[in-house]
Design a protein around this ligand. Structure first.
Ligand code: BJW
Ligand code: ZN
Length: 285
């Protein structure tokens, strides 16, 4: 007979006792960590751009078919980020990293997000699994470049409106964002990981190292449906390591975890990561 798994606990004091002893903490984040900053999640309300879902545009096939449309989508998301700011969840994670670092302990963020809000909150140990909205990759010379230009190219100025009745800009390829390497002028694409594409092997290796060594894992604001990230925390839990999920609702992965804290992570996470009484006794070795 199949054994029944115990329901995850929502005992904050119990999680705080685990947190108190943890030396290496991995915080795995998804779109929900940025929701309270006003950045729409993929699978929640507001997840549509025009009439499309992420699965329709975040693919190499979509870019091949209509690079102008896909660039409009990413241009819109780049521009939107100028008015968005890290929220209490990003800040709690960054402050926790800084504080624990002084105690010789480690906090690392493995994020599926491309919005740089962890960086802007002050986190230093960040692994970006799905790339970054503010870097481009040249399709000719393969150079990956930081790019904060606004707009990213003249042809995209004023384009990218998200409403369903907005017209396609239909920008010619030669007017889409170009590589800035001297003498290249190649076409660029957003440096993000689309469905069906492999994740950067170095990024995956770094992630696995952190996941293999962590003694506490927090899973924040992800639906845990997109692989390989979806199996990270369940794999850690299988190793017998405590895993705590912070989400506004249960996910398909909740059953694998020892803890589940329901609610907006801008409230639940700061409560979990606040300094504990015994922290003052920690000294950096
Ligand atoms: C709150 C909150 C608040 C709200 N507080 N919480 C194995 C099985 C089946 C399929 C596959 C498999 N292995 C690979 C695949 C194929 C595919 C995949 O996973 N498909 C699934 C959909 C089934 N994976 C891939 O293609 C990956 N590549 C790969 O594995 O290569 C090898 C391979 C290929 C093909 C076959 C087999 C092997 C690449 C995946 C790349 C994902 N890219 C995107 C776009 C990135 C660029 C961009 O942003 O545009 O990444 S898709 C999109 O989903 C984005 C996200 O990072 C990712 C995850 O979404 P996330 O973050 O979880 O967001 P939501 O919206 O889903 O959830 C938000 C959550 O927050 C919800 O739970 C809310 O409740 C919660 N929330 N407010 C707390 N205030
Ligand atoms: Zn180039």
């Amino acid at each position: 007979m199949a054994s029944k798994r115990a329901a995850p606990s929502s005992d904050l004091a119990a999680l705080r006792r685990v947190f108190d002893k943890a030396q290496r903490i991995v915080v795995l984040t998804g779109a929900g960590v940025s929701a309270e900053s006003g950045v729409p999640t993929f699978r929640g309300a507001g997840g549509l751009w025009r009439t499309w879902q992420a699965q329709d545009l975040a693919t190499p096939e979509a870019f091949e078919r209509n690079p102008s449309l896909v660039w409009e989508f990413y241009h819109y998301r780049r521009e939107v980020m100028a008015s968005k700011h890290p929220n209490q969840a990003h800040i709690a994670i960054a402050e926790c990293e800084k504080r624990l670092e002084e105690q010789g302990r480690r906090v690392v963020v493995i994020t599926q997000n491309i919005d740089e809000l962890h960086l802007r909150a002050g986190s230093k140990n960040i692994i970006e699994l799905h790339g970054n909205l503010f870097t481009t990759k040249c399709l000719k010379c393969r150079t990956v470049e930081k790019n904060y230009d606004s707009p990213i190219c003249e042809a995209l100025r004023g384009k990218g409106a998200p409403n369903p009745d907005a017209a396609d800009a239909r920008i010619a390829i030669e007017n889409l964002p170009k590589c800035k390497q001297e003498g290249c002028d190649g076409m660029t694409r957003p440096n993000v990981v689309w469905f069906g594409e492999s994740l950067d092997p170095d990024v995956l290796e770094k992630s696995h190292n952190e996941l293999n060594l962590c003694d506490l894992c927090l899973v924040v604001g992800t639906s845990s449906v997109v692989y390989p990230a979806a199996m990270f925390a369940p794999t850690v839990a299988k190793r017998g390591i405590p895993v705590a999920e912070f989400n506004i609702e249960p996910t398909s992965a909740t059953q694998h975890f020892g803890f589940h804290f329901e609610g907006q992570c801008g409230s639940t996470l700061p409560a979990a990561l606040a300094p504990t009484e015994s922290e003052q006794h920690y000294k950096k070795p």
